[in-house]
Design a protein around this ligand. Structure first.
Ligand code: UDX
Ligand code: ADP
Length: 461
């Protein structure tokens, strides 16, 4: 039996470890976190993260070979393999503020591992980290004088929220980076063995440490770049007679381009893309590559433009004033099937509308609590309403900001009848049937297509 520990029971640790435990019943998996509330939630029926399919796996493994605890030190002492998935937010102070990763939680964890270890261990970086962090981790860990040896591996997480269970059960690839020393390679092999319980060997890629760390940043930068590219073209489509869906389909049929990740939207969100790209930008600057830095930075700039453009388009379409107007935001999560609101474009749009003094109502099936927390002081000026019909009642406009499938099933006739006229729908995800909405009487503003607007309010097409 191997004792596996994961430090940090957030989205990354919390969605990967239950699946690892389910495939490795002979090993013991413990998830620890300093956040007592979070651990209590993992032990309850109300898990702290909403991830389709995860509840079932937690129920099957919890108490058998999957355990949750706040006793970080004790479990470090017992562990053979330690995964580290603590948060590494963007640094908000000092050198690299706004771009570099804030490694304070991560370094604390490294020191904590050192202080509480009485045997040699494999330590696996799972948090996204700047390139060469593993080296710093190795130096801290191997600075001990009691003869312990730590092998540090990089095993970046590629799963996406909302599909985490499926992605972890059936990954495109698993990436494991390690030192090219004998003990480094033994450690790599030990981790390969764990994954090989359910992942075909040819999907397990092993590289050196730095390639693995950098590949994580580059994968996210490439994915985000595709979204910014299609979003840039959506702005051009809105000025012409072109339709972004048709353009995306036409170019995506070229196999060299591929059809995935070409959905134009109000912008990308989530905890990874912006953070990882800014990290990449910081690295390039650090290594004296300003042209490379500017190239990648533009992906983030374009995303901010897309969010701002969406909000200002709302204001412009509603006669240049939204002060005092009730506006219903459908969706707060950064994408469907998650309760995560980190970097959510919905909250960016919300902030912009509040600047214009709109009366904002947010509805979302799972993310209202996180939205309220993320908005901080501004939350006092927002109404949080789980029922979309109540949210839309008496509103001048609806903005679709998360592609929840529930929103395609609503009775929009009923919604239209309850709204102030002229009634507007701004579809930031191109989720709905725009022609049908227009026929009901709505003014419809999609992304990357000419708007369907009416001159009069009460005539029906
Ligand atoms: C991403 C990566 O996909 C994953 O591999 C990595 O481990 C973590 O970061 P995640 O942030 O969970 O995962 O979600 P993802 O599906 O990539 O979506 C990110 C954002 O891009 C969302 O706001 C989504 O709505 C948006 N998006 C995605 C688009 O606007 N258009 C698209 O075509 C795809
Ligand atoms: P991610 O999306 O990367 O998983 P989260 O913020 O959801 O990020 O999760 C990171 C978790 O790590 C949080 O629950 C936080 O409390 C936890 N954490 C941070 N520092 C430590 C530490 N020193 N020991 C244990 N847990 C920690």
């Amino acid at each position: 039996m191997t004792n596996i520990l994961c430090i940090g029971a957030g989205y990354v640790g919390g969605s990967t470890m239950p699946i690892l435990a389910s495939h490795c019943p002979e090993h013991r998996v413990v998830l620890v976190d300093i956040n007592e509330k979070r651990i209590a939630a993992w032990q309850s029926d109300q898990l702290p993260i909403y991830e389709p399919g995860l509840d079932e796996i937690v129920r099957q493994t919890r108490g058998k070979n999957l355990f949750f605890s706040t006793e970080v030190n004790r479990h470090i002492a017992e562990a053979d393999i330690i995964f580290v998935s603590v948060n590494t937010p963007t640094k908000m102070f000092g050198k690299g503020a706004g771009k570099a990763a804030d490694l304070q939680y991560w370094e604390k964890t490294a020191r904590q591992i050192l202080e509480n270890s009485t045997s040699s261990k494999i330590v696996v970086e799972k948090s996204t980290l700047p390139v060469r962090t593993a080296e710093a981790m190795e130096r801290i860990l191997n600075s001990n004088s009691n003869g312990l040896h730590f092998d540090v591996l990089s095993n970046p997480e590629f799963l996406a929220e909302g599909t985490a269970v499926r992605d972890m059960q059936n990954p495109d690839r698993v990436l494991i980076g390690g030192r090219e020393t004998e003990s480094g390679q033994r450690a790599v092999e030990a981790l390969v063995e764990l994954y090989a319980k359910w992942v075909p060997r040819d999907r397990i890629i092993t590289t050196n440490l730095w390639s693995s760390e950098l590949s994580k940043l580059v994968a996210n930068a490439f994915l985000a770049q595709r979204i910014s590219s299609i979003n840039a073209i959506s702005a051009l489509c809105e000025k012409t007679e072109a339709d972004i869906n048709e353009v995306a389909y036409a170019i995506g049929r070229d196999e060299r381009i591929g059809r995935y990740f070409l959905r134009a939207s109000v912008g990308f969100g989530g905890s990874c893309y912006k953070k990882d790209i800014l990290n990449l930008v910081y690295l390039c600057e650090h290594y004296g590559l300003p042209e490379v830095a500017r190239y990648w930075e533009q992906v983030v700039v374009m995303n901010e433009y897309q969010e701002a453009r969406f909000a200002s388009n709302m204001v412009a379409s509603m006669f240049n004033t939204i002060a005092g107007k009730r506006i219903a935001l459908f969706g707060a999560a950064f994408k469907a099937n998650t309760n995560d609101t980190r970097e959510s474009p919905a909250l960016e749009v919300c902030r912009a509308l509040l600047e214009e003094r709109a009366d904002v109502v947010i509805t979302d099936p799972h993310a209202l609590e996180n939205a309220r927390n993320d908005l901080g002081e501004l939350a006092k000026r927002v109404t949080f309403e789980p029922d979309p019909y109540i949210a839309a009642n008496n509103a001048h406009a609806i903005a679709i900001l998360t592609e929840w499938s529930q929103y395609t099933q609503l009775d929009y006739e009923r919604i239209y009848n309850s709204m102030v006229k002229p009634a507007f729908i701004f579809d930031g995800r191109n989720l709905l049937d725009h022609k049908k909405l227009y026929q009901m009487g709505f003014n419809v503003h999609p992304i990357g297509k000419p708007p369907l607007t009416r001159l009069t309010t009460n005539h029906r097409a």
